[in-house]
Write a protein that binds this ligand. Structure first.
Ligand code: NAD
Length: 315
């Protein structure tokens, strides 16, 4: 049977790419409800969807920060049946915390964390009743490991991961599946917007050393990191579809193999110092130590290779 898929944040990036990819599935296995906060931004999605629009893809309004809009959207779906929920809507925030307001931080938590909670409050009870459903969350590698000047964004994704780890135990009892997709850097609107906001940031509340660190180290390397490590939204969408089609989808899936050595450090040292020291050396003593740590990382990676086999989707 065709599975109903609801995806949030489809006006750009990963959400758009995923909605289109699933709607254009050759075997027509999905009916995609591609949702976005602001329908005035639907044109790129409509264009990319092409002939699938109105057939295997429908566009609907949904703001993850507005409970009523979630309810209205879910009620408009036949039998309220959502077989696969992809919680994708999210936003970034970079910079020294001295220069961010609590309100800006709350908006990030409200979107990235409470956005997921609101969706599940509406959709989980139906899934539990039916004893079927797959909840897929676009988290981040920053959901398991923090990065310089991403304090609040990382916190919002850690919140998502903690919430899901707890919920996954209950979900198992109801035969529901839950998967966290953890991309590294992805070249989307997100990256462009976060960078622009960073460039515009008023750094007067920060001391000179911090402001300098943010501008001359973080922002300076930002583009380069996305260029060298960045994936495309389509690439992340492809990984996500494979997870959705897998017979036994994993709880966690990292999409960027270039990044896995870094996250491996976290699991390699129970004291937690190894990833922090490595990031510190990468950021502040760039050159020699960087290549030395890369070699070390390769060794760890080789020792801990136990990644989910994406080879054969089941359906
Ligand atoms: P993007 O900015 O292109 O997409 C995010 C989408 O969420 C946008 O369409 C935006 O309008 C939407 N959105 C924001 N607030 C919303 C709200 N209240 N209600 C509904 N929609 C809302 O960026 P993206 O990279 O495609 O981001 C998608 C997800 O991937 C996010 O959760 C992000 O945290 C995650 N992610 C991104 C990267 C990256 O480097 N780009 C890396 C890891 C994880």
């Amino acid at each position: 049977a065709r599975r109903n898929v609801l995806i949030t944040g489809c006006s750009s990036g990963i959400g758009l790419a995923l909605a289109v990819k699933m709607a254009k599935d050759e075997q027509k296995r999905f009916k995609v409800y591609a949702t976005m906060r602001n329908l005035a931004k639907k044109e790129p999605l409509e264009e990319a969807a092409g002939r699938s629009l109105g057939k295997t893809l429908e566009i609907k309004q949904l703001d993850v920060c507005d409970e009523q809009s979630i309810k209205t959207c879910v009620n408009s779906i036949p039998d309220r049946r959502i077989d696969v929920l992809v919680s994708n809507a999210g936003m970034g925030l970079i910079g020294p915390i001295e220069c961010q307001t609590i309100d800006e931080m709350k908006t990030v938590m409200d979107t990235n964390f409470f956005g997921l909670v609101r969706l599940l409050k509406e959709i989980l009870p139906d899934m539990k009743r039916r004893k079927s459903g797959h909840i897929v969350i676009i988290s981040s590698v920053m959901g398991i490991q923090g990065i310089l000047f991403n304090d609040v964004y990382a916190a919002s994704k850690f919140a998502v991961e903690g919430f899901c780890e707890s919920l996954a135990i209950q979900a198992l009892k109801f035969k529901l599946q839950l998967s966290l997709i953890e991309p590294g850097p992805v070249v989307t609107e997100f990256e462009r917007k976060v960078f622009e906001d960073g460039m515009k940031m008023d750094l007067s509340a920060a001391d000179e050393e911090t402001a300098e660190m943010f501008t001359n180290i973080y922002l300076k390397n930002y583009k380069q990191i996305f260029q060298s490590l960045g994936q495309s939204a389509e690439d992340v969408a492809e990984h996500t579809v494979k997870i959705i089609l897998a017979e036994n989808p994993p709880f966690r899936h990292q999409t960027n193999t270039l990044y896995t050595p870094m996250t491996t450090l976290k699991y390699a040292d129970p004291n937690g110092d190894l990833p922090i020291d490595t990031f510190y050396k990468m950021v502040f003593h760039h050159d020699k130590i960087f290549s030395a740590s890369l070699n070390f990382i390769k060794l760890l990676r080789w020792r801990s290779r136990k990644s989910f086999d994406l080879g054969k989707p089941s359906q």
